[in-house]
Ligand binder design. Sequence first.
Ligand code: FES
Length: 124
Amino acid sequence: MRAIVFCTTCRFSDKEKVNADGITGGEMLAREMETLLADEGREDIYVERQECLWSCSEHCNVLLRDTEKFSYLTGRFAPERESAQSLLEWFDMHGESKEGAVSFRQWPDGMRGHFIARLPPETR
Ligand code: FES
């Protein structure tokens, strides 16, 4: 199962928790991803939401989760469409790989400097 999990409580910016409409950065980014997936007619990846991924200083945080391969905690994303595009582009390459390892050379620029942790797949 492949899912992109967004921290819904991540800040809008260093100075502000929410935007002018009262929406957190994490929720904004989740909505950007949902719009992107809908625009591309994609139904193969789930968007999930979680309050706090315990990496609050690195907002916005996103977990790229795969039960069969390595998963990755990523962060430091602006709540913008470009961030969603980079995340999806990288996660698609991850999905095509055997174990969830993507060659650094292939990484979109928007993913460089955004990885926080690599989490092993379930083994049982
Ligand atoms: S508020 Fe997003 S990781 Fe804690």
